[in-house]
Design a protein around this ligand. Structure first.
Ligand SMILES: [Zn+2]
Length: 60
């Protein structure tokens, strides 16, 4: 199974990239941080609030 070098954006045979020499051993992917999820949810709520304000402003 080929690994992937993020730096070179190319598949790598083995554990070390032949191009940049970086180790491409599978690192367990970190889950999406809670802070980031909170930021996305907060942005969506803010957007909905702004749209609601615009609609109520137009209705007057
Ligand atoms: Zn590389």
């Amino acid at each position: 199974m080929a690994q992937w070098c993020d730096a070179c954006d190319r598949p790598v045979e083995g554990d070390v990239c032949e191009v940049c020499g970086a180790s491409v051993v599978d690192v367990p992917r970190a889950p999406v941080p809670w802070r980031w999820r909170f930021f996305i949810v907060a942005s969506i709520i803010y957007l909905i609030w702004r749209i609601y304000q615009i609609i109520s402003w137009l209705a007057h």
